[in-house]
Ligand binder design. Structure first.
Ligand code: GDP
Length: 443
């Protein structure tokens, strides 16, 4: 996950400051020296680091901070605000045309994730009840058109193509007309990329631009390439005037330098980030939430939004009822795990809960997708009867379940014990709440 090293180092620096009742100028200087190193190690552009440290220092040595009862906390707050500012201040939303369709032109180098991001963006728009049209204008990369068609099929979004023998400009023009004729409210044009920025590519993008007059020109860059991504963004921006950046592969970028430098270097806001290959791994970019994640303070807002758009409300209600009546079985347990998995990799979810990221680093808490997989395997190896009546799972059944799931009897024992404990707590809770959830008088 992005920012791993940075978060750990910053937490270390601030841990030292937080405990202090008084902070001297020297303490601030020491802390800022470490923050500077941490940012440079995270591959943040050195000019950006310099400006950042100067700003934070100016504010942190002020009288109000020094006189405060909790100077360490005030300094963390200053860093939080400056980091947020560095990444653009507040969320930069996708533009919407006054008269539909809104035209979005996706540009970027080959392999950055342009085609997959086009699909992800279409899916996100569909979730908002929009009707996007994907336009396949990358006629050079073999299989790019097919790739977009496959993505379109997966999300049930139409893909406009004229094959690879028509010019990209013509495809874009006709695609836009097709969208107008068929009442699409968004058109996402997947343009061609190159291995490097070159004149031919820019000329073609210019031509498309002048014919379709896009509301958004989104540059897709690979976060894993660090400062190269920032250079590419700067290059594209001078030639094409971008409206926003999509930072891809943040799941594999442990440093995070591009995310912290793009806005400051190019002036162009990050509008979306992608965190995986799955089609729902695209998130709107919120600078304040990202800053909070970097500082290890979690991001509950994004987690709640994810839950709201992914969890089946009916099922959640049914599950709550079962919990109340303590009729929760291993079958329900499996279903609940399925719901949680819809929210994304456990590792990423943990980073959104305040304090969890740190616990993960210290290995106090080890919950990952692999472990979820083992738990699932154990439950899958139970018979229907065992899932419904866990009480009957005796020693010989446990041995069979362990062998069947490729786990150990100790793991099976642990899971059943945890499950019993969970049911016991639920029962206590429901007894306390009464049959209709009315709170009984507690003695
Ligand atoms: P294009 O040449 O810019 O159109 O790039 P593609 O859309 O074909 O993506 C290149 C590769 O990057 C594919 O294998 C994608 O699955 C992968 N990819 C794209 N976005 C992400 C992401 O957020 N995380 C990860 N891990 N892989 C991604």
């Amino acid at each position: 996950m992005a920012f791993e090293g940075l978060t750990a180092r910053l937490q270390n620096v601030f841990g030292k400051l937080r405990g202090k009742g008084k902070v001297s100028e020297e303490d601030v200087n020491d802390a800022m020296r470490e923050v500077r190193l941490a940012l440079l190690e995270a591959d943040v552009n050195f000019k950006v680091v310099k400006q950042f440290i100067t700003k934070v220092k100016e504010k942190a040595v002020g009288k109000e901070v020094m006189d405060s009862f909790t100077p360490g906390m005030v300094i963390i707050d200053i860093v939080n605000k400056e980091l947020t500012e560095l990444m653009g201040g507040s969320q930069s939303k996708l533009a919407k045309a006054n008269k539909p369709p809104t035209v979005i032109m996706m540009v970027g180098l080959q392999g950055a994730g342009k085609t997959t991001t086009s699909g992800k963006l279409a899916k996100l728009l569909q979730k908002q009840n929009a009707k996007p049209l994907l336009v396949a204008a990358d006629i050079y990369r073999p299989a790019a058109i097919k790739q977009l068609q496959v993505l379109g099929e997966q999300i049930k979004a139409p893909v406009f193509t004229l094959g690879d023998q028509t010019s990209p400009v013509e495809i874009a023009k006709q695609g836009l007309q097709h969208a107008k004729d068929n009442n699409h409210d968004y058109v996402i044009i997947d343009t061609a990329g190159r291995l490097h920025v070159d004149e031919e590519l820019m000329a073609e993008l210019h031509q498309i631009h002048s014919h379709v007059n896009p509301d958004e020109v989104l540059l897709v860059v690979d976060a894993m390439t660090g400062q190269d991504a920032v250079n590419v963004a700067e290059h594209f921006n001078t030639q094409l005037s971008l409206s926003g950046v999509v930072l891809t592969k943040l799941d594999g970028d442990t440093r995070g330098g591009a995310a912290l430098s793009v806005k400051a270097v190019t002036g162009c806001p990050i509008k979306f980030i992608t965190l995986g290959e799955k089609l729902d791994a695209l998130e709107p970019f919120h600078p304040e939430r990202m800053s909070s994640r970097i500082l290890g303070m979690g991001d509950m807002l994004s987690l709640i939004e994810k839950a709201q758009s992914n969890i089946d409300a009916e099922k959640a209600k049914e599950m709550e009822q079962k919990m109340r009546t303590a009729s929760f079985t291993f079958e329900d347990f499996l279903e609940q795990m399925d719901q949680i998995k819809k929210l994304g990799p456990i590792d990423q979810l943990m980073d959104m809960i305040p304090g969890m990221g740190k616990m993960k680093q210290t290995k106090d808490l080890k919950v990952d997708d692999k472990q979820m997989g083992r738990i699932e395997a154990i439950v899958f190896s139970m018979t229907k009867e065992e899932k419904q009546n866990p009480e009957i799972i005796n020693q010989s059944r446990r041995k069979r379940i362990a062998a069947g799931s490729g786990t150990t009897v100790a793991e099976v024992n642990r899971l059943i014990k945890q499950f019993d404990e969970m049911r016991r707590v639920m029962k206590q809770f429901s007894d306390m709440m009464g049959p209709k959830g009315n709170k009984k008088a507690m003695k």
